[in-house]
Design a protein around this ligand. Structure first.
Ligand SMILES: Nc1ncnc2c1ncn2[C@@H]1O[C@H](COP(=O)(O)OP(=O)(O)O)[C@@H](O)[C@H]1O
Ligand SMILES: [Mg+2]
Length: 242
């Protein structure tokens, strides 16, 4: 399987080796190995495949049972989430990604507690990325639509000036118009900010459109990463173990 991965290259942001994690004593991930470079790396997998478990483990919210996680060459396997955030990991969870009782501005400002650049400069960049938020900063985040709420969550992660952005099914449940827009925005974020993006997705077609590489998560294991351009239906089926 993916254990035959080559040595990390100099632009490797994330190295995951034989990662096992789950809930209580029951593993969900049974030894996942892959690298993420400065690219858009997509993890595909059906419902229950372990995508959220993987991203939450990488964000250090779920304990590592075995194996290791390195961010920018540093072993973060046992680090708490706030330390990985300082190392440049921005995490946008699938659900409950905003503080509902805080305003948009307050939600975004929390992200600025990490790093040295001025809050104003970072806010300006976030509003350039998500123009819809600019005039709504005083609104309570709990009153926003699904799409707006996703923008705030992503904006807050960007306020941390991340090197690696973890996006858990960023377009799940959004209306088709928002889905298109959000994928375009993710591509823009990657290109203009020079940030590596690791995203999970159930819909292969949409995700392949922006991804550089793709890995399929199935039965607790990850397929060999494929170049998105080389993906065929046959190879996907094989990766999904269909
Ligand atoms: N908090 C939890 N406690 C116990 N099992 C969980 C928990 N969250 C998820 N699981 C189980 O872990 C497996 C993977 O779930 P998840 O990572 O959410 O998959 P995905 O995000 O790909 O839909 C599923 O079998 C799910 O039932
Ligand atoms: Mg999930």
């Amino acid at each position: 399987m993916a254990d035959t991965i080559t040595e990390p290259t100099t632009d490797t942001v994330l190295e995951v080796r034989n990662l096992r994690s789950g809930y209580g004593t029951v593993p969900v991930l049974n030894g996942i190995t892959f690298d993420v470079r400065n690219e858009i790396f997509t993890i595909l997998g059906s419902n229950g495949a372990g995508k959220t478990t993987l991203l939450a483990t990488l964000a250090r919210l779920i304990p590592v049972m075995d194996g290791s996680i390195h961010v920018q060459g540093q072993d973060v396997s046992n680090m708490p989430a706030y330390s990985t955030a300082r190392l440049g990991v921005g995490y946008v969870p699938q659900e409950s990604a905003v503080f509902p009782d805080l305003t948009i501005m307050e939600n975004l400002s929390i992200g600025a507690m990490i790093g040295k650049r001025s809050t104003e400069e970072r806010l300006e960049e976030v509003f350039d990325t998500f123009p819809d938020l600019r005039t709504k900063t005083h609104l309570r985040a709990g009153n926003l639509s699904g799409g707006e709420s996703r923008m705030v969550a992503c904006g807050r992660a960007l306020m941390q000036d991340p090197q690696l952005l973890l996006l858990d099914e960023p377009t799940a449940g959004l209306s088709p118009l928002y889905v298109e827009q959000f994928f375009e925005t993710i591509e823009l974020i990657h290109k203009t900010r020079n940030v590596a993006v690791l995203l999970t997705e159930q819909n292969a077609t949409k995700a392949l459109g922006i991804a550089d590489r793709v890995m399929v998560l199935s039965l607790g294991e990850g397929s060999e990463p494929l170049d998105a351009g080389d993906v065929t239906t046959e190879r996907l089926k094989e990766a999904y173990k269909l």
